[in-house]
Design a protein around this ligand. Structure first.
Ligand code: PLP
Ligand code: SF4
Length: 339
């Protein structure tokens, strides 16, 4: 049984107003950070291809005056995004061919992804979905019925994954409705939510969210996406605490990114910080080769070398699995790290 929700007054912040107050102009953020354009290689054209969007609670964790801040590097549109390399393509995971009906990605055995919300609260420059045709995956409640029919008809699916975009950019009324519909399908055991919102706008984990997430018969799992320990401040810690206190298991995935976290010590510090918050490090992903993100990539040999160092710094239970997504495979591919 899940524990009852602890109704505290600090939960009253409205996450939707935090969402509407994101930085959407690079210069506004740079002013806030006391940085000058001359210190950075900002590219306005890159921002027209993939919007600039940064929630204030996330920006507050950036160091003022530091052009190399690891959080800033994740969201700043730069000239390197305009480089064209044929190895970096628009749909590196070939998701459009596993899109049987709008809103569904069915490529893993026993589990199915629902594109619950096309939007994200933050736009991460390395995102493998920066070119995904979200407009075609926007749908009405009636269209969701089709997705539910698909789940009902595929009895080997036991886990539904709310994905996106960011699924928690959708409102609780819709999410709670969808969850109830899914819970009524007897072969579904688990509900997984892949979200960066509890990290970038911690007020998202409010009473309204916890109410539906704890009311369902489905066992909820939250997979966060945190790349650097600086992303975890007290607000994030308390959002995670609200999740774990409600009986939600919390895991984290990280993308290995040049200029952000490509050092064993940085990754070890992240794992230790996650442990302090009762979060289990789950995956360490090699970058998906998406167009516009090649400057974040490191070779898989270098990744293996960093990982071997990391292995010497952490207990096994704090070591995320080093993986890569290969189109057509039924699971992530574990990267060999033997010398
Ligand atoms: C790999 C992947 C999953 C499934 O991951 P498992 O934890 O291996 O089941 C779900 N969503 C996305 C976006 C993924 O890349
Ligand atoms: S899907 Fe995840 S990685 Fe991509 S922009 Fe949204 S929050 Fe960032």
């Amino acid at each position: 049984m899940l524990k009852p929700i602890n109704l505290s007054t600090e939960d009253q912040t409205n996450w939707q107003s935090d969402l509407s107050q994101c930085f959407t102009a690079v210069d506004d953020l740079l002013t806030e950070l006391e940085l000058d354009r001359s210190q950075l290689s900002v590219c306005q054209r890159a921002a027209t291809q993939f919007d600039f969007k940064v929630p204030r609670p996330f920006a507050q964790r950036m160091k003022k005056g530091d052009p190399n801040d690891p959080l800033l590097a994740q969201i700043l549109p730069v000239k390197a995004e305009m480089r064209r390399d044929p190895a970096y393509i628009a749909d590196p995971l070939d998701e459009t061919s596993h899109n049987p009906i709008a809103g569904i990605v069915h490529k893993y055995r026993h589990r199915l992804l629902l594109i619950v919300s096309p939007a994200c609260a933050i736009n991460c420059r390395y995102c493998f979905r920066r070119h995904f045709p979200y407009q075609e995956n926007r749908q009405s409640k009636a269209q969701w019925q089709q997705a539910l029919t698909y789940i009902r008809g595929n009895t080997d699916i036991n886990e539904v994954i709310f994905s996106g975009g960011d699924p928690l950019a959708a409102n609780d009324r819709f999410l709670s409705w969808l969850t109830e519909q899914i819970a009524a399908i007897s072969h579904i055991k688990r509900l997984r939510i892949h979200s960066r919102l509890p990290v970038v706008i911690p007020s998202r984990i409010d009473d309204s969210f916890l109410r539906w997430a704890s009311a369902t018969r489905l066992k909820p799992i939250m997979v966060l996406h945190i790349n650097h320990s600086n992303e975890i401040d007290n607000q994030v810690t308390s959002a995670i605490e609200r999740l774990t206190n409600t009986g939600i298991r919390v895991l984290n995935q990280t993308v290995l990114l040049k200029g952000v976290n490509d050092h064993a010590a940085t990754l070890a510090a992240l794992s230790e910080r996650l442990f302090d918050c009762a979060v289990t490090p789950y995956y360490l992903h090699l970058l998906d080769p998406v167009q516009g993100a090649s400057h974040f990539d490191i070779t898989s040999d270098h990744a293996s070398q960093i990982y071997r160092e990391l292995q010497n710094m952490l207990p096994g239970f704090l070591l995320p699995k080093l993986v890569r997504e290969i189109p057509g495979k039924l699971s992530k591919t574990i990267i060999p790290t033997d010398v």
